[in-house]
Design a binder for this molecule. Sequence first.
Ligand code: ZN
Length: 308
Amino acid sequence: MNTLKKYIADTLAFILLLLFERGALKQIENQVLSIYFHNPSFVLFKGIIQFLVRRGFHFISEDEYYAILSGEKELHKRTAFVSFDDGWKGNLKLIPILEKYNIPATFFIPVRPIITGNFWWEFAPMVLNENSEFKSAEELKKMPNNKRMLLIRDVASRYELKRSCIDLSELKSLCKHPLISIGSHTYHHPITIKCTNEELEFEYRESKRTLEDWLSTEIKSFSFPNGDYNNRDLTLLEENNYKMAFTVSPELNSNTVSAYQIPRVSINSKGGKFENIARMLRIWHRFVQPIQEKHKKAVIFNAELSGN
Ligand SMILES: [Zn+2]
């Protein structure tokens, strides 16, 4: 079913691209197209990068992005910025593609998974299994940070999972790579808006300090886990001397934003190439998302009517 859905979405996106790609590319000229990946397949990553290369995009590093935001550097007509969140082990196999096309990228790394090997949400299914009051991992994200951490730590102490995050020596070699920059993605990858002030201060301070200790380099950038942030986060970025921070908001008008709220378009690791290109160019958001949202609302409405 999921394969069929993916195929239909990709075919629809392919048709939309035939019709609207030229106009959509025009709209993002003289802006930075900022995209980010989690754990894409080699084929999907290569497909997206080749699309951008063939359309003449110039790829910039986070330092060049900062220089553009500060008005010290001119933009190319078509400019793209590539980043990765979380430090998935699967990202390592994508480095040859970055090298082949000479593409700089920033990897946003949470500290704790580098040490333990896994992300907290990998233990969420066990928590849900053992606690019937929770229906989904989304519910865990809405809990106070310390309560969620207690539940996760309890199962994590009893289950052994295969490492899915890169380890410290892999992080060190990524950092030494001339095309790659490392940014912070907090210490524990919490939902920052669910942290106490003390917890949040730790996340911003200790992630930067630990990464700088490990890598002997200045950590200048940050990406918000789960995309959540508020004024507390923005203050802590400044207090801890971060220079720039990346959101998960896809607005493409990136020339006018603050360096602490830089837009990014999420590449869906489970989606097809054309669906993701249509997302990247905002064609998907314009034509398909409103229909999907209408459908979602209709489903909720019907469920309410039938008393579910
Ligand atoms: Zn993340």
